[in-house]
Design a protein around this ligand. Structure first.
Ligand code: LLP
Length: 420
């Protein structure tokens, strides 16, 4: 078991099973069924605290925003609110969950490259603290739809390209997001918003990509933004992006290094007194979450490969199909046994591409075993779907040996519930 991939304190208990925050993964699989998303609450709290204390070592004037798209679960909003985080929502749906969780609207930051009238009205009525303006059309839409004045940030695409999968690069000039620097549209947007009767420009935002290990591009992005500097600029939101370990050999930089780099970049290129915001998603919840499956069939094709099929797949984890994401796995019934059988973990869907892991070595997997895939806490539940009429898994929070279901499993009846 590779420590980096699991929540702190993950261990093998006296029954020889994998245990997460005091909860036996095999017992939970029996009690709640599979597939199931399991979260180590202590790990989420620890990561939120690591972000806050990394900033607090430099300044009081910062905000850490939970990028809720990584885990849009009301209980997660509540947990990060308790930990003193603000929140980034990117739709009316995420906003609804944040409000339901009791988030102070002033601590909500609303994103979206195509916010609808209805979403803007909801934000307006709720008193959302800040809107992140993404386009010229949106400026006009805000002026038409909003009844109250709002503080806003302008989203800039700084033309910096981090090394990560092209689908999750967002800071390049050729992007559907924000205003480009190079073509002058960011500067025009600043002028346009400064002249707006409804919108009060207070800062700038960028988010250059996700699952990033090489952090220097963040400094370059801050540097690029500095050409827009002005008295009005009281806050800089530097997005999320810090990567996590999906594989044993992955070595993402520590949260402290990432925060230090962003803090120093702002001090280097902007005036003192500019509040720094960041929006981590994946790095708050990714390695805190694991997915449990039950092994259903094992098909050996002599001389070719062995397929081990589990009771989920691309409906609960779309990332292998979308990004060629690579995962590891362990048989939770015997995590310490030597992993000597190489198999390909397939899902249950009607697609040949529904493969969760190609060629992973497991400890003599048997039908009925609980297979656990670590590092599935971010963008697993949020990208889940009902392909092949598959009900979506429950979300279970584990803390101090107690498990509680915070999102129940979907049922077959739920699949009929919207029929008109
Ligand atoms: N802020 C903004 C404006 C974003 O668009 C995102 C992620 C974040 C913050 C959080 O970034 P993080 O800290 O999680 O890297 N579905 C993809 C990831 C898409 C990320 C989209 N934006 C995946 O599963 O890899």
């Amino acid at each position: 078991m590779a420590a980096m991939l699991y929540p702190a304190g993950t261990t093998t208990n006296n029954r020889g099973h994998l245990e997460i925050e005091g909860c036996d993964a095999v017992e939970l699989a029996a009690e709640y069924g599979t597939p199931a998303y399991l979260f180590a609450v202590g790990e989420m709290r620890a990561r939120a605290r690591a972000y806050r204390s990394a900033f607090a070592a430099h300044t009081d004037d910062f905000e850490v925003l939970f990028a809720s798209k990584a885990l849009p679960v009301t209980a997660a909003f509540r947990l990060f609110a308790e930990e003193g985080l603000s929140v980034d929502v990117a739709s009316g749906g995420e906003l609804t969950m944040a409000l339901e969780a009791g988030y102070d609207p002033k601590r909500i930051y609303m994103h979206g490259n195509n916010k609808t009238d209805a979403e803007l009205r909801l934000a307006d009525r709720a008193g959302v603290g800040h809107l992140i303006i993404d386009s010229f059309d949106e400026i006009e839409r805000c002026e038409r739809v909003l009844e109250n004045d709002h503080d806003v940030l302008i989203r800039v695409t700084p033309g910096i390209v981090p090394s990560t999968h092209s689908f999750i690069q967002t800071g390049q000039a050729d992007s559907k997001f924000g205003f480009g620097l190079e073509d002058g549209s960011a500067a025009s947007a600043v002028e346009r918003v400064l002249a707006s009767p409804r919108l009060n420009l207070v800062g700038l935002h960028f988010h250059i990509g996700s699952q990033i290990f090489e952090i220097e591009p963040f400094r370059l992005a801050v540097k690029a933004l500095a050409e827009l500097r002005g008295d009005w600029c009281r806050m800089l939101d530097l997005g999320g992006g810090l990567g996590i370990s999906y594989e044993t050999d992955d070595r993402p930089p520590p949260i402290e290094n990432y925060v230090d780099l962003k803090f120093r970049a702002v001090r280097e290129f902007f005036d003192e007194g500019v509040r720094i915001l960041i929006e981590p998603g994946r790095s708050l919840v990714g390695t805190a979450g694991v997915t449990l499956y039950t092994v259903g069939t094992i098909k050996e094709i002599p001389g070719i490969r062995t397929y081990l099929a589990v009771d989920g797949g691309m409906s609960d984890n779309l990332r292998p199909m979308l990004y060629d994401a690579i995962y590891e796995a362990v048989v939770a019934d015997r995590p310490d046994a030597p992993a000597e059988r190489t198999v390909t973990v397939a899902g249950s869907h009607c697609e040949s591409g529904d493969i969760l892991i190609r060629d992973v070595a497991l400890a003599d997997p048997q039908i009925g075993d609980t297979l656990l895939i670590p590092a599935t806490g971010a963008y697993g539940h949020s990208l889940a779907n009902n392909y092949n009429g598959m009900p979506r898994p429950p979300v279970i929070f584990c803390e101090d040996g107690e498990a509680r279901v915070v999102v129940r499993r979907e049922t077959w009846d739920d699949l009929l519930a919207r029929d008109a």
